[in-house]
Design a protein around this ligand. Structure first.
Ligand code: SF4
Length: 218
């Protein structure tokens, strides 16, 4: 079987998605990367340890735009994008500074995340996203800490206070960034009403999505 070259950027819907890393601080029970053998709709998202630089991402985004413009750039691959926060911020900054032509400086930029960046980096990273990222979609998945741990399967040392850190991240994002969604995968025995109430209490909009969602993977 032919193995395709790893995709650093790939199209999905009307967006261009960026696959920054295969590393994650979670091993989510609903993740499709293993059952789908690191493939996503014909794209090989296995970077095989070769993580791209910001310059590479921008060069590929510019070429993709020249071939056909896209509606948004989405940091979302088979891995948690904020594990490479510096590269994510640098790539977004190059766009905002008009250094990614023909990609427009005002392009919508979205981050799909499991929300553990504050825990991973030991600080609040949300202020660093301001002015660069327009929207964050956070895979919260439950209003219950034990259920969250069972679904997200966080790795040490992020397991103990991970749920609280994700809630903190969502609350800060909702206060700081233009658009914050808290997402939940349906069909996992989650109390959706409690989930929606928690999302609202944190200031985020709730979004319920299918298990193998065709629109988003995080
Ligand atoms: S769903 Fe996303 S965050 Fe969870 S293990 Fe898979 S790639 Fe990582």
């Amino acid at each position: 079987m032919e193995i395709k070259k790893p995709s650093i950027v790939y199209r999905h819907g009307s967006g261009l998605y960026v696959n920054l890393t295969n590393r994650c601080p979670t091993a989510c029970a609903f993740c499709v990367k293993k059952p789908w053998a690191m493939n996503y709709h014909g794209n090989n998202l296995n970077l095989a340890g070769k993580e791209p630089s910001a310059a590479e991402v921008i060069s590929l985004a510019a070429a993709a735009w020249a071939a056909e413009p896209f509606s948004e750039l989405v940091f979302c691959g088979y891995g948690e994008p904020t594990m490479r926060l510096d590269v994510l911020l640098a790539a977004a900054r190059l766009i905002r500074e008009g250094k990614a032509a023909p990609v427009p400086a005002g392009l919508r930029i979205r981050l799909n995340t499991n929300g553990l960046a504050n825990a991973v980096w030991g600080r609040s990273v949300v202020p660093e996203l301001k002015g660069l990222v327009d929207a964050v979609h956070v895979s919260l998945n439950s209003a219950d800490p034990e259920q969250w741990a069972a679904l997200m399967r966080p790795m040490e040392p992020w397991a103990a206070d991970g749920f609280e850190k994700v809630k903190e991240f969502i609350g800060e994002a909702a206060r700081t960034l233009p658009e914050t969604f808290a997402t939940v995968v349906e069909g996992n025995g989650v109390d959706l009403e409690k989930f929606k109430a928690l999302a609202a209490a944190l200031g985020a909009r709730p979004r319920v999505r299918g298990r193998l969602d065709d629109e988003e993977k995080q």
